[in-house]
Design a protein around this ligand. Structure first.
Ligand SMILES: Nc1ncnc2c1ncn2[C@@H]1O[C@H](COP(=O)(O)OP(=O)(O)OP(=O)(O)O)[C@@H](O)[C@H]1O
Length: 347
């Protein structure tokens, strides 16, 4: 994995984003993935200019976005190498979802520059969309359809060729471990299965970059592990780049190659989990040296150190059981709906 971390502590300058009213912004609540997506990885149609080194999957400089007077994203710089699993971490309201929506083109890029595999997200929106799979925080599966029908619907929306559709739907369902449940109504699925179904919906277009907004929110630890196991296996099998937002620090530590710690719209630290923890451990004044019987620092310790005592209980760590106290497989479909609505409201 290419190591392109900047400094572990990377406070950003304020950028003067314009005041933008919520009415000015496109409505993205519960927006379906923007169609049509194609298998750009194999068609080659969406490839940028050749003759230069392969571009980063994501390259973003000075990105800012405001909802009225609320500066949700405040001048962030980010690059994600092709093939990385990159985590955008932060508590509720940090600006993660807004940032990821700008990257997907669901929100405009009023200030700054966003490039996806070299394509300008402001000027080449359709080229960018063809490269992406996106699983929003809001529920995108339909309880009244079977798992297979849910994925087939996305295959049509994303313009997967008719003759390939059936095989691609089956492959996507197999990739997330839902082959046996494919012909059951999604309304009978557990929370973990619903999330894996949404992953299959995003995978059916064979995207080069998979963006997941809080993929494990509201799930219990077993269901969370299962979702991550499938994400990791899919990445290993396809080389797909994965950009994930989460407020579960333990998951990011375990599964992400690099992370950016985001707070109040800015990136406060960026690097591999090991780099960030080592930087804290090596400092004299933190009480986290890991060598004298005291606990080695966690990513959550790093975050608290970077932002000060400004987090309250907003971060999820090891042993978090999810907001809904769901059962072993993450509650049922109605639990998922309730949890995501709540998560959306408190955001
Ligand atoms: N549609 C909107 N209208 C007005 N303000 C919004 C809107 N969406 C987000 N915000 C505000 O922008 C800020 C960043 O929110 P955002 O959802 O991007 O954070 P987040 O880190 O993704 O948190 P969460 O995980 O809870 O969604 C918050 O102050 C939030 O209240």
């Amino acid at each position: 994995m290419t190591e392109r971390a900047r400094s572990p502590h990377n406070p950003q300058d304020t950028h003067g984003a314009p005041q933008q009213s919520p009415q000015d912004a496109p409505s993205v609540q519960n927006a379906p993935m923007a169609p049509p997506l194609r298998n750009a990885g194999t068609s080659g149609r969406a490839q940028p200019d050749t003759g230069r080194a392969a571009p980063d999957a994501v390259s973003c400089t000075g990105l800012s976005y405001s909802f009225g007077r609320t500066k949700a994203v405040d001048g962030i710089d980010l690059s994600v190498a092709s093939g990385e699993v990159f985590g955008l971490l932060g508590p509720n309201g940090a600006g993660k979802s807004t940032a990821i929506r700008c990257l997907t083109t669901l929100l405009p890029v009023p200030y700054g520059m966003v490039r996806i595999f070299g394509h300008d997200a402001a000027r080449e929106r359709m080229s960018v969309r063809r490269l992406l799979g996106y699983v929003p925080q809001q529920l995108s599966a339909d309880a009244s359809l079977t798992g297979r029908e849910n994925v087939a619907l996305f295959a049509r929306l994303f313009d997967v060729r008719r003759r390939e559709r059936r095989a691609r739907v089956t492959l996507a369902l197999e990739a997330v471990g839902l082959a046996d449940a494919a012909d059951r109504m999604a309304g009978t699925y557990s929370g973990g299965m619903v999330r894996r179904l949404e992953l299959a919906q995003a995978l059916v277009s064979a995207p080069r970059l998979l963006m997941l907004d809080e993929p494990t929110i509201g799930l219990d630890p077993i269901a969370r592990t299962s979702v991550w196991k499938h994400i990791t296996a899919i990445r290993a099998a396809t080389g797909m780049t994965v950009l994930v937002t989460t407020h579960y620090m333990d998951e990011a530590d375990q599964y992400c190659d690099r992370v950016a710690l985001m707070h109040r719209g800015r990136i406060r630290a960026l690097g591999t989990p090991e780099q960030l923890k080592a930087a804290l451990r090596d400092r004299d004044d933190t009480g986290h040296d890991g060598g004298d019987g005291r606990a080695a620092p966690t990513l959550e310790d790093v975050f608290r150190d970077v932002v000060g005592g400004d987090l309250g209980g907003a971060l999820g760590g090891a042993g978090s059981t999810g907001e809904n106290g769901a059962g072993e497989e993450g509650g049922d479909f109605r639990d998922v709906l309730r949890t995501r609505r709540t998560a959306s409201r408190v955001g």
